[in-house]
Design a protein around this ligand. Sequence first.
Ligand code: ATP
Length: 644
Amino acid sequence: MAVFLLITFYFREGGQGKGFIFEKSPINYRMYFKVLAESFDRIEKASSRLAMTDLLAELFKKADSDEIARVVYLCQGQLAPPYKGIEVGMGERFAEEAIAKAAGYSKEEVRRAYKKKGDLGLVAEELLKKKKQRSLFSSELTMEKVFRNLMKIATSGGKGSQQLKIKLLAELLNSASPMEARYLIRIPLGNLRLGIGDPTMMDAFAINLLSEAKRNKKLVKDVEASLKEKKPEKRKEEFDRKLRLGVREMIEDKYNVHSDLGYLAEKLRKHGLKGLNKIGIRPGIPIRPTLAERLPTAKEIIKKLGRCEVEAKYDGFRLAVHKDGKKVTIFSRRQENVTEMFPEIVEAAKKQIKAGDAIFEGEALAVNEETSEYYPFQVTIQRKRKYDIGKMAKEFPLKLFAFDLLYANGKNLMQLPFRERRKRLRKLIGRGKTIVLTDAIVTDSVDEMLLFFNESVEKGLEGTIAKDLNARYIAGARKFAWIKLKRSYRGELSDTIDTVVIGFFKGRGQRARFGLGALLTAVYDEREDSFKSIAKVGTGMSEEMLKELHKMLSKIREAKKPAGVDSDLKPDVWVEPKYVIEVNADEITRSPVHTAGKGKGKAGLALRFPRMVKIRQDKKPEQATTVKEIEGMFKKQKHVRVGG
Ligand code: ATP
């Protein structure tokens, strides 16, 4: 009864104020799902990234420390950090059935409405508004209830599980308001459509720590020392901006070594800025990878790094191996747990790694054991699969070419200079044929570097990566600690670009039969957490590929331009920014058509003669090439052969 009174009070107050109610719950989740749904609705309507971030910060303030992690996951349409691999994952047909059940319509009616609206979330909202049969038992939805049901949907499998999932979702919809229903449907479909990336989340965390930061003498002193503005008002503005940036960087530093935003949010909520000290590197939790910069010639690389280590650049997939006693976990480039896929590497890590616990990285490649030749990428990539793992492991065993060591025997080694980490890595790897060190030389000679580069290319490898012997491991950033040098041919950029598909054009003539003529692609703007158009890609795809792309993209159609996408070009079909494709091009040019790098009186940047190379399943959209990188490549652009 008391709870009911409080609920009534909350609604009379129009959801203002603290926004959650205390109720007796063993797990102490006090937030109502309505609070979340209302925030999502406002975020969806927000006119700018800044407004969106403020709204998120407001929402986080309303959550208690024992529920904030879940709020954080839900904001990105997840139930747990991505590395745990828990996906609600429900097919559209089943979601339609749940809506039909809850709203009292037939499945056909729901499907017809979906065809018209193109968004099942909106369909659920509309149909619930017109609800024909009111459920007798509808009650206010708590976060706890939503979480419990979604988790059951995510984890139930086997016979009869589809019906159970429909029932669980319909149960939630029965108690939901139309607006809540919009999000309750979108979450299991894996498309929340809010466009909130990790940077926006961290900005929102930073906002909520600002008043504490202003009381932190050291921080304030550091920021004040960096101020340039003289006029008091402007100086204050600069101070606020830099302080916020400073706090955001402190948060990101931790996120880079402990990629779990929910966990971070919880620690910050409980302990404020001091919470950051409690977050560190731990085997079993992914670390964001360090990334390579580009320079077009060996000469420039030597000029930049001086004496450096030059390693062969293998074209397989990057794996981070975490050994914790007898437990081995393997993460992919996009920090997914892929342990199950690579049993031979798990075994080798147990046998070959001479440390109780360790985190190291390497590139995995299928190698022909008889000829010792590397298989091409197309063969290696077949090892990324969920079925027939044992059979494929026998047919195409992997070798892991280890290249960095981040942690061993309870110690974080990321701050050590690379030469020291490499030395320890060499000692760490015991005898065996699965885990080996990358081929490498140490040199300060351009000629030696080129010789090594050419030998690597002749062996069928991609090129080389030069490494700064004195650099620490810089998680999550592309700095000049690593510089790649790739094979490239006259008339090509010295590196391919990883773009995100944001839409497609249907195509005319021959192409019309595939329903896809060209892809509209974008690069990632880290500062704005948005995707900016850079190229229309219509060549480089085989017929097979066109068919596959059309199938993949049709599943993620959007009725309008998705949140977080910035493009003046309008494709025939918008899609959720989800897939990364690697594109080659002749050069980067200025173009009024595209939005990447546009602004301050400058036209955007575009790829000239772009052609598709392959789908990059190992990359998340936020790991695509960034606007900043494109700008850098544009400035450095030279049509010279590598090494020439
Ligand atoms: P990035 O990973 O930099 O975003 P990418 O995946 O397109 O981009 P490149 O930039 O071409 O790859 O090169 C960096 C990648 O090369 C690493 O992420 C790793 O997967 C791979 N690699 C192969 N050999 C090595 C090596 N010896 N040292 C480090 N990385 C290597």
